[in-house]
Design a protein around this ligand. Sequence first.
Ligand code: UD1
Length: 422
Amino acid sequence: MDAILVRGNGPLKGAIPIAGAKNACLTLMPATLLSDEPLTLTNAPRLSDIKTMTQLLQSLGAEVTSLQGGQVLAMSSHDLTTLTADYEIVRKMRASNLVLGPLLARAGRAIVSLPGGCAIGARPMDIHISGLEALGAVIELKDGYLHADAPRGLKGAVIEQRFASVGATENIVMAATLAKGTTVLKNAAREPEIVDLVKCLRAMGAQIEGEGTGTITIEGVDRLHGATHQVVSDRIELGTYMIAPAIAGGEVELLGGRRDLLPSFCDKLEAAGVHIEETAKGLRVAHATGRVQAVDVKTEVFPGFPTDLQAQMMALLCTAHGTSTLEETIFENRFMHAPELMRMGAKIDVHGGHATVTGVERLKGAPVMATDLRASVSLILAGLAAEGETLVRRVYHLDRGYERVEEKLSAVGARIERIKGE
Ligand code: UD1
């Protein structure tokens, strides 16, 4: 298993290109199942999660061809050979459940394994299920699989989600594109990845309004056609690399970055004293003079502070002047990076969904263990600011969500390398 070795060093300088969004791509890929014509995605990120989704779609009979080194995905779901998403693939990645809505809408049937537990909490699927049931599906749990049937097709309905789940919104919107009549989805998720999905579905001929707001209205159509769609920039990769100069010093331009993708996060960084400037090519981020200031952070659904940037923000606040609080409201059990950061000299007190962080002047390098995707990158960020060497083990989590992290950070002057088989 590979490890990443980071040596704390001086200020960073240069530019980092931001890849296409993993989470957008993972919902855009299953959209191919809605049509028998080809769907091509450009600006796709090159990540192991995308390979897992490729395998899943191929296991269903779709053709997925990776072009231009993986940045273009040419897909065709002309013939589906099975409607079962197997546990062996689904267990690797929760986003596999995003084939449920499209399969049901296209074929009237889907058998999808439940994803099972996940390191950052229970993550049930009740909101997906009740939404699809409202569209007329009959869903039963048998042998760990959801068996969903809609032999006479889906019918539009008014659905109100008990929580604005990202995945459930995606499954329901995709399913409703081919339902008979109108679907009104209330308390819909407003994340930029949903907006991107709707843009793609519209290019495929879907009739949808209200994306980016709490109410999405979908007018069902008989069929969707082929399209080519460019995947939106990855706002979580963007936020992660915005923290790099904030924690290590220096000035970095994030190419393709947009402030509207991360409104609350940008506000919090600025409150901590970090400079953010919009440029013609993206966002330029510069270190504050002296230490950053403590701030209080609460994760929330979009446009609130994203849970996927909480670990990285915690790493920054470990070096802030003063005491910060972090409240995690989206996932239970998402402070697993805290004990690892404490091995680097951070002062953190975790109590339930709250953490109190008292900043220290300088973190110290240490061998640490990645526990999940965002936790692993927070340890790398901490390593950039620490005295001495930090060895981050179990980086397979990192490869699920960050493309060429060591190359991107080395290019702006970080001393970081991958150690094979550590
Ligand atoms: C997506 C993102 C993930 C991000 C999360 C929140 C992808 C592939 N993943 O995950 O990176 O952290 O949004 O921004 O896009 N819940 C239920 N019942 C359900 C569905 C969800 O209780 O039926 C709960 C979950 O357990 C969790 C919370 O709702 O506590 C958020 O989940 P959700 O918004 O669905 O996140 P995902 O789509 O899984």
